[in-house]
Design a protein around this ligand. Structure first.
Ligand code: IVH
Length: 689
C-alpha cells in the first residue's frame, strides 16, 4: 500500500471513497448481521489509514466518512461513565397512608412536630440521564446504569434540542444536571405509524421507544427520533447557589433547562394529597406518560440531615398510581423452583393487556395464598400489575366459577428433581430439599450469579444459562470462567472438542467475543457484588453491602462463617439471628466451599474500601450509642456515624472503639468504663463528625 504522504489528491479522494464503502460494508456485517469478516486489527488499520489521509487532505473529508460515525467507533457497545455521585432510585409507596407514614418517619428522624414542605413532582415515565457541564459547556452525558456506572450517551444527548449545550455565566463551573429523557405521546404514535408502514415492529410504549432511541450506537438514528427532557435534580456541583428544591427549579429554568410545569410546593399532607389527586385527574391529558408523583423534602439543609439509605434518599419517595387491573382466566397453575429451593406457584392466564403490557403469567406467592384466596384452575380472576412488579392475582370472581373448576393440589415433592419438598412450621414457603443436585436450584443459582447486582454478565441471559445448563456446558458459577478456554480450537491430540459457541444458532463471532470480554472484565469483582452473587438465603444486595463494610475482606468473613463465629455478625445493626444462621449454614455445605475455591482460582475479590469518608476520626471504627441524645435523633446519629465510615454496634465489647453517651445511659456506659473504652458526649461526637 502506498505511503499516505505520497498520495496525490486524486488518489486520496479515490481511496477515501473506497475506505468509506469498505468500512460501511464491514459495519453492516458487524452490527446488523453479526457476521464480521474483518478482524479488529484489520478494521483499525482501515480506520487509521482513513484518519491519516483526512489529516493530510481535510478538504476531502466525506459526509459519510467513517471518522464521523459514532456507531463505528464504539465497537463493543457504549463506553462506561462512572458517576461521581451515584444516581439513586426512589423508594415507592402506593397509598396515601404510606405517604403519611413516610412523612412521619421524616419528622421522627428530624425530631420535629412542625410541618415540613415538600416539592411534589410528576414522576416522568422515561429514562434518567445525567448531563455534565464543565466551565458552562456540556462535556458528557450518561444513563443511570446500575447507579454507579452508566453508559456514555454524550453524542446521543447532544441530539436532543431541549438540552442546552452552553450555560449562562452564573451557572456553576462544574454542574451535573439530572432528569428524565422521554418521548411525547404524539411523537411516539407518529414513530409507530412510520414503523408499521415500513413493516417494522412498533414499540410497546413511549418509554420503550425512548429507551430504544437513546441507546442507539449510531447517534444519527437518535437524532431522527424526537426525544424530550425534564430536569429535576443534580449530581456533582462546584458551588450550590440554591437552598431548596424549588429554588433549584428556578435556577434550572434560568439556565435553559425544561422543568415540569406541574411541579408544586406543598406545605402539608393535605396539599400533598391534593397535588396527587390533581395529577391523577390530568394524567391522561398530559402530552407524556407519568406513573406517579415524587415528593421531595424542599429544604436542602433538611435533605442533608436526612441523608440516604443504601440506594434511596431518606428525603424523597415515589407515590405510584394505583395498579392497573383486568379480568382474565386461569388456564393452569404450575410450580417453579427458585435458587434457594422455594416452590412458587405461578398461574398461566389467558394473555391480557393490563395497562399497556401483555400479561400471561401471575405469581400466586405460596400455597397458603392459593388457599386463602381460594384460587382454582378455570377461575376468572382480577389480575393487577403496578410498575415493574410481577403481576398478581387480586381475587376470584366467584360468580364466574365454572362447574369444572379444579382445585390445585400443592406438591410435596419437588416437581423438578423429585426430592421431598418440606414446609417448616413457621415458614410460608415449601422448599425442595434437593440442594444443588436439584437442576432448578443449580440453574437458578447461576442465573442469580450473573444478574445485574451480582457479576452482571450481560451476555448470559436466563435463556442462555438454561440452555448451557441443560447441555452440560455450565454446571456451576465457576464454569463460567473456563468457557473461553473450553471454546477454543479442537486439539488434534486429544479427544476434547471445543465448545465452538460461535457456531450456535443466533450466535456469531461478535457475540462470543463480547461474552468473553464481559466475563474477563469480571475477573476482578467488588466484595459486595461477590457476597451477593453467592446467593445465600436472605442475603440481598443491601445486606451484602453491610457485610462488606463490616468485614472488609472476603476471607475474614468466610473464616468466621466456617468457624460458626457469629458474635461479630449479629452485632451488626440490621443482621439478626435468623440471617446469621442462614449464612453459617451456607458455609457448612462442602459443595459451596468447593465452588468458592474453584471461583478463587479464576477471580480476584477486591477488599472493600469504604468510599464514605476514609479520613474521618470514625472510619473503620466501631461505635455504640447509649442513652438519650439531645440534638440528634438516634436514627440521625447512627446515619451520621455510618456516613463517616463507622460501624454501629448494639453492644459494647472489647472491639468497641467509642461509646457515645447521652443522658440516662445505662449498663452499656458502665461496661465501657470497665473496659476502658473512650466515651464521647453527644457534643464531642457532633464536633468530631
Ligand atoms: S428524583 C435521588 N424526580 O424515577 C432522587 N426521579 O424511581 C433521584 N423519575 O431513577 C430521582 N421523575 O428515573 C426524581 N421528578 C422526578 C422523577 C424521577 C421520574 C424517575 C427517575 C428515577 C426513578 C426513581
Amino acid at each position: 500500500m502506498k505511503d499516505v504522504n505520497k498520495l496525490t489528491i486524486e488518489e486520496a479522494k479515490t481511496e477515501l471513497k473506497h475506505l468509506a464503502e469498505e468500512m460501511a460494508k464491514s459495519d453492516i456485517a458487524y452490527y446488523q448481521n453479526d457476521a464480521p469478516y474483518l478482524s479488529d486489527a484489520e478494521y483499525d488499520a482501515l480506520k487509521h489509514r482513513n484518519a491519516a489521509i483526512e489529516a493530510l487532505y481535510p478538504e476531502l473529508i466525506r459526509t459519510d466518512s467513517p471518522s464521523l460515525k459514532v456507531g463505528a467507533t464504539v465497537k463493543s457497545g457504549f463506553s462506561k461513565i462512572t458517576h461521581r455521585f451515584p444516581m439513586l432510585s426512589l423508594g415507592d409507596v402506593f397509598s396515601l397512608a404510606e405517604v403519611e407514614d413516610f412523612i412521619l418517619g421524616v419528622k421522627r428522624f428530624l425530631n420535629t412536630a412542625e410541618d415540613i414542605s415538600f416539592m411534589s413532582e410528576p414522576k416522568i415515565d422515561g429514562l434518567s440521564f445525567s448531563a455534565r457541564y464543565e466551565n458552562k459547556k456540556f462535556v458528557s452525558g450518561a444513563t443511570r446504569g446500575d447507579g454507579t456506572t452508566g453508559e456514555d450517551i454524550t453524542a446521543n444527548l447532544k441530539t436532543i434540542k431541549q438540552l442546552p449545550l452552553i450555560l449562562p455565566d452564573d451557572a456553576p463551573n462544574i454542574l451535573e444536571v439530572r432528569g428524565e429523557v422521554y418521548m411525547a405521546k404524539s411523537d411516539f404514535f407518529a414513530l409507530n405509524e412510520k414503523y408499521t408502514a415500513q413493516g417494522k415492529k412498533p414499540f410497546a410504549n413511549p418509554r420503550n421507544a425512548a429507551a430504544g432511541s437513546l441507546r442507539q450506537l449510531d447517534s444519527r438514528i437518535t437524532a431522527e427520533r424526537k426525544l424530550s427532557i425534564f430536569a429535576y435534580t443534580w449530581g456533582e456541583v462546584s458551588s450550590r447557589c440554591w437552598q431548596s428544591q424549588s429554588e433549584f427549579f428556578d435556577c434550572l429554568r434560568s439556565w435553559g433547562f425544561p422543568t415540569n410545569p406541574n411541579n408544586t410546593l406543598c406545605h402539608n399532607l393535605h396539599e400533598i394529597e391534593q397535588s396527587f389527586e390533581r395529577l391523577m385527574e390530568i394524567r391522561s391529558s398530559l402530552p407524556y406518560d407519568i406513573d406517579g408523583v415524587v415528593y421531595k423534602v424542599n429544604s436542602i439543609a433538611l435533605q442533608e440531615r436526612l441523608g440516604f439509605l443504601t440506594r434511596t434518599p431518606r428525603w424523597a419517595i415515589a407515590h405510584k398510581f394505583p395498579a392497573e387491573q383486568a379480568y382474565t382466566k386461569i388456564n393452569n397453575i404450575r410450580v417453579q423452583v427458585g435458587r434457594t429451593g422455594a416452590l412458587t406457584p405461578v398461574a398461566d392466564v389467558e394473555p391480557i393487556n393490563v395497562g399497556g403490557v401483555i400479561v400471561s403469567h401471575a405469581t400466586l406467592h405460596n400455597e397458603d395464598e392459593i388457599k386463602r384466596k381460594d384460587i382454582r384452575i378455570g377461575d376468572t380472576v382480577i389480575i393487577q400489575r403496578a410498575g415493574d412488579v410481577i403481576p398478581q392475582i387480586v381475587g376470584v370472581i366467584l360468580e364466574k366459577r365454572p362447574a369444572d373448576s379444579k382445585e390445585f393440589i400443592f406438591p410435596d415433592i419437588c416437581p423438578v428433581c423429585g426430592a421431598h419438598a418440606i414446609k417448616e412450621e413457621d415458614e410460608a414457603v415449601r422448599r425442595c430439599t434437593g440442594g444443588l443436585s436439584c437442576p432448578a436450584q443449580a440453574k437458578e443459582r447461576i442465573i442469580h450469579f450473573v444478574s445485574k447486582d451480582a457479576f452482571d454478565i450481560v451476555g448470559l441471559g436466563d435463556k442462555i444459562v438454561e440452555d448451557f445448563y441443560q447441555e452440560g456446558i455450565l454446571h456451576n458459577p465457576a464454569d463460567i470462567f473456563t468457557l473461553e478456554e473450553r471454546n477454543g480450537g479442537d486439539d488434534l491430540f486429544s479427544s476434547a472438542q471445543g465448545l465452538h459457541l460461535e457456531r450456535r444458532e443466533g450466535w456469531g463471532k461478535k457475540s462470543v467475543d463480547n461474552l468473553f470480554k464481559a466475563i474477563k472484565a469480571r475477573r476482578q469483582i467488588s466484595l459486595p457484588r461477590f457476597i451477593y452473587a453467592l446467593g445465600i438465603r436472605q442475603v440481598g444486595a443491601a445486606t451484602a453491602l453491610l457485610l462488606a463494610q463490616n468485614y472488609g475482606s472476603f476471607f475474614t468473613f468466610m473464616q468466621d462463617m466456617i468457624n460458626k463465629e457469629t458474635s461479630k455478625l449479629i452485632s451488626i445493626d440490621g443482621i439478626g439471628e435468623a440471617m446469621a444462621t442462614d449464612m453459617v449454614e451456607f458455609f457448612q455445605e462442602p459443595h459451596n466451599i468447593n465452588i468458592i475455591n474453584q471461583l478463587l482460582t479464576h477471580i480476584k475479590i477486591e477488599d472493600f474500601v469504604d468510599n464514605r469518608r476514609q479520613n474521618s476520626a470514625f472510619s473503620g471504627k466501631t461505635v455504640v450509642f447509649t442513652g438519650t441524645l439531645e440534638h440528634l435523633t438516634r436514627a440521625e446519629a447512627k446515619a451520621k456515624a455510618l456516613d463517616a465510615g463507622a460501624k454501629v454496634s448494639g453492644s459494647v465489647s472489647n472491639k468497641t472503639d467509642f461509646v457515645i453517651m447521652g443522658t440516662d445511659a445505662g449498663s452499656k456506659a458502665k461496661v465501657a468504663k470497665e473496659l476502658g473504652i473512650p466515651i464521647l458526649s453527644e457534643e464531642e461526637f457532633i464536633k468530631m463528625i
